[in-house]
Design a protein around this ligand. Structure first.
Ligand code: ATP
Ligand code: MG
Length: 260
């Protein structure tokens, strides 16, 4: 059974950085394959992971709309989509990458989502973990594209807007009956002098906190160099922090496995 973690939060809070690092660490700590899903229409998880994404699911959908009358008669739309989505998955050492791309455009995206969900179910045995890099804000949740995942990490920076977004995401998850088994708040780029205050805010919101990652010059250096997350030294603050987060998530995984 795949253990799935989605990373959400306000724009620029570090979702892609943390999703990429979590992908790396889950692979390095367990030796088990991770499916990294870039669910942000402004896709850049591939860049952070140091791989070039191929076609996105959005592109495939557009192709289907264009080509649907030209498909060979023996090939159904479902088969075409399944085949194209599977071949869009980029394989790398320790992880595969699936890039969702843009959901907009004429026609209904629900159909592709249904195919995609079925496909992910069929890949279930292949991946021990799935890490989803969500789109900023709330849109994603309203479209209900992230359903039935195990863990939702909601990131915040040290801003009121960051915290308000956490609160709104938490409310939406309840309102839309999205079934995450656990929700956590995770502070990122939090100056140490504010971390106490943010922990208090997390308590007020009513979410367990996984801690407050401080601003990390080594992350900034990677960004400046355009280097992938695999270049982040294991001794760096953020690596160690996310290693602990991964450890806590892995502990959650066990009782879930026993229950299922
Ligand atoms: N702990 C940290 N210390 C310093 N810089 C950080 C830290 N975490 C992330 N950053 C930097 O913050 C910026 C935003 O990070 P990232 O792109 O991961 O955020 P995001 O939430 O995915 O953004 P978007 O909403 O645009 O998708 C990047 O330049 C990244 O290098
Ligand atoms: Mg991002």
């Amino acid at each position: 059974m795949t253990f799935s973690v989605a990373v959400s939060g306000k724009g620029g809070t570090g979702k892609t950085t943390i999703a990429a690092l979590l992908t790396r660490i889950l692979w390095e700590k367990t030796g088990k394959l991770v499916l990294a899903v870039d669910a942000d229409p402004n896709s850049n998880l591939g860049e952070f992971l140091g791989v070039r994404p191929s076609k996105t699911v959005g592109d495939i959908r557009e192709d289907l709309l264009r080509e649907k009358d030209r498909l060979p008669p023996e090939q159904t739309k479902d088969e075409y989509l399944n085949y194209m989505i599977l071949s869009s998955i980029v394989e790398a050492e320790g992880f595969d990458l699936l890039t969702m791309g843009r959901p907009e455009g004429p026609g209904c995206y629900c159909y592709v989502n249904t195919i995609l969900r079925r496909l992910l179910d069929s890949l279930e045995g292949r991946y021990a973990f799935m890490v989803v890099d969500c789109e900023a804000g709330l849109e994603h949740f309203s479209r209900r594209t992230t359903r039935d995942l195990d863990v939702l990490l909601i990131l915040t920076d040290a801003t009121k807007r960051g915290l308000t977004t956490v609160e709104r995401i938490k409310e939406l998850v309840g309102e839309l009956d999205l079934r995450f088994r656990s929700l956590f708040i995770l502070g990122n780029r939090i100056p140490p002098e504010f971390s106490g205050q943010l922990e208090e805010e997390a308590k007020t919101i009513g979410l367990p906190s996984l801690g407050m990652i401080p601003p990390d010059p080594q992350i900034q250096r990677l960004d400046l160099e355009g280097a992938p997350i695999f270049k982040l030294p294991e001794a760096s603050t953020t690596y160690r922090f996310v290693e602990e987060v991964a450890g806590r998530l892995l502990k959650l995984q066990k009782p879930m496995l026993e229950r299922s």
